[in-house]
Design a binder for this molecule. Structure first.
Ligand code: SF4
Length: 228
């Protein structure tokens, strides 16, 4: 029977993308094979932040966690596509949204697929990239938009591309100006949108006692994201 490593689960609102502001139950799966230097979920993979224990749950046990008032369930990570999600999708009686880096293929259809391609893996998975309901680019340098577009362009399906300042650079005027310019005058044939992580301003996730309280962002230190 498939069991899932549950790093944390909590009731909050979706703070990003098209569904921003809607009540959502989050299930964060443990482990990621990408290792971004600024990862804000480093507790799911980084050797310095690994938790002492991670609960292993069946799909039915995960489904029982979900608050009935949630509009949908977000399966995130870590990298959720490391696992076969079909049992989870079948067990949860809510629309399923999945957030992935886009280098692995889902084993089933979901209601919403947010794909955030990363420069820290070798190649995207064409099927995942083409199935995206929305894309999310994390802008951590002035070159990031160009590089992420080159990665995405062969598979781009016309969905919105959200441009998020990497959180530790959210006050960097160069990064913010770059995003504003791309929205006003897109440098490529795509729908660029200015994005943010609204839940962090509200500290919404931490209001749920089930969320892990410790903040473990890597803060943009490139050495911390290196493979080990
Ligand atoms: Fe993995 Fe990068 Fe997402 Fe962190 S930000 S969970 S390292 S893909």
């Amino acid at each position: 029977m498939q069991r899932y490593p549950i790093y944390e689960h909590f009731y909050s609102f979706q703070g990003e993308g098209v569904h921003m502001g809607r009540a959502a139950y989050f299930v964060r799966l443990y482990s990621c094979d990408v290792h971004c230097p600024w990862c804000d979920s480093a507790g799911t993979w980084h050797k310095d932040w690994r938790p002492d224990s991670v609960a292993m749950m069946t799909a039915e046990e995960v489904a029982a966690l979900v608050d009935p008032a949630a509009e949908f369930v977000v399966i995130t990570g870590g990298e959720p596509l490391l696992y076969p999600l079909k049992p989870l999708v079948q067990a949860i009686n809510k629309p399923i949204h999945v957030e992935t880096a886009g280098h692995r293929k889902p084993d089933c259809k979901v209601d919403w697929l947010t794909v955030s391609p990363k420069l820290y893996y070798r190649k995207p998975n064409p099927i995942t990239m083409e199935q995206a309901s929305e894309y999310k680019f994390i802008i951590d340098s002035e070159e990031a938009l160009d590089k992420l577009w080159q990665l995405t362009a062969p598979y781009y399906n016309g969905a919105p591309i959200w441009l998020h300042p990497e959180w530790s650079q959210r006050s960097n005027p160069d990064i913010l100006r770059l995003i504003v310019a791309a929205v006003k005058h897109p440098p490529y044939p795509a729908k660029f949108r200015a994005g943010w992580q609204l839940h962090k301003l509200y500290m919404a996730d931490n209001l749920d006692p089930n969320a892990r309280r410790e903040a473990v962002p890597l803060g943009g230190d490139p050495w911390k994201g290196m493979p080990f």
